[in-house]
Design a protein around this ligand. Structure first.
Ligand code: PBG
Length: 333
């Protein structure tokens, strides 16, 4: 009997790609609305929504509109909202003391959200930059952001936000030792169930530009930058050390920021620590994709969903993204 000539190729990778059912069947990663955290900018006023020119489609909201938007997002399945304040210029100071005011815009927003959508998680940034005249995340002495006094201020900011009802504290300041100091203060004050999602590997990035427009800190920062505390884009082992420290100091979840240019860091962090890992697809990433879509150069839905799935593939458990509501709507079909 003649042996049949083996067909070539034996392995046809295209078989499972042929139909929709089999593409779905073999998909390794999925994105759901539960993976999304929606960052929102808030400001004073009533029924006031202001477009952010460098983030087409994103609006800064007054608290009444924020509550409506949060309800919609929660009903779409988005579990957490992240709040960022645009503080009125006359309330800014060198020491950012408005951050400690129990009636500041963030505390008002937290209380309104906890009242209207109590099941939704509220995440708050901890850093002084929206509140300072100089636009730095900490206190400045002789042109340098001083570490330990800044940490003291960040503890006060944390407790102020937690007392207003914040569920997740997210220090974005990159001072040394702040996670441990904040965790100790929370324990001492009895806030034992407040989560900390640390901005553990946060890089000094050009991609934050539109955010600084949105919170009104661009002009304040002037020509100075944040390179004495945020990380150098050249480094990746250093990110592992930063994450290790934050976990040892009591972080429950860690974040890598920015997102798309740092997917290698997400993967290393997840593989090394197996801790809930998040990426922040920041304002500049939003601006980049939106601007290209507005020009008709990219298909918005396609590239948004593809970029978000990329984070899941890189090991992230979730993503902070200004596209959260668009993506959740898209997933709903
Ligand atoms: C403040 C903070 C920044 C962002 C989040 N928290 C800006 C910065 O570090 O200058 C950036 C978010 C974004 O670009 O979307 N510390």
């Amino acid at each position: 009997m003649k042996t049949p000539t083996p067909a070539f190729p034996r392995t046809r990778m295209r078989r499972v790609r042929k139909t929709d059912w089999s593409r779905r069947l073999v998909a390794e990663n999925t994105l759901t609305p539960s993976d999304l955290i929606w960052p929102v900018f808030v400001h004073e006023g009533e029924n006031l929504a202001v477009e952010i020119p460098s983030m087409p489609g994103v609006k800064r909201l007054s608290v009444d509109l924020l509550v409506i938007a949060a309800k919609e997002a929660f009903n779409l399945g988005i579990p957490v909202i992240a709040l960022f304040p645009a503080v009125e210029q006359h309330l800014k100071s060198d020491d950012g003391r408005e951050a400690h005011n129990p009636d500041n815009i963030i505390c008002k927003a937290i209380r309104a959200l906890k009242d209207a959508v109590p099941e939704m998680g509220v995440l708050c940034d901890v850093a002084l930059d929206p509140f300072t005249l100089h636009g730095q995340d900490g206190l400045v002495e002789n042109g340098y952001v001083v570490n330990d006094p800044s940490v003291e201020a960040l503890i006060r900011q944390t407790l102020n936000q937690v007392e207003a009802g914040c569920d997740i504290i997210a220090p974005s300041d990159m001072m040394d030792g702040r996670i441990g100091a904040i965790r100790d203060a929370l324990e001492i004050e009895g806030h034992i169930n407040t989560s900390i999602m640390s901005y553990a590997a946060k890089y000094a990035s050009g991609f934050y530009g539109p955010f600084r427009d949105a919170v009104g800190s661009t002009g304040n920062l002037g020509t100075s930058d944040k390179r004495t505390y945020q990380m150098n884009a050249a480094n990746s082992d250093e990110a592992i050390r930063e994450v290790a420290l934050d976990i040892n100091e009591g972080a429950d979840m860690v974040m890598v920021k920015p997102g798309m240019p740092y997917l290698d860091i997400c993967r290393r962090v997840k593989d090394t620590f197996a801790i809930p890992t998040f990426a922040y697809q920041v304002s500049g990433e939003y601006a980049m994709l939106s601007a290209a879509a507005q020009n008709g150069w990219l298909e918005r839905d396609k590239v948004v969903m593809e970029s978000l799935l990329g984070f899941k593939r890189a090991g992230c458990d979730g993503i902070l993204t200004y596209f959260a509501v668009d993506a959740a709507l898209h997933l709903q079909g």
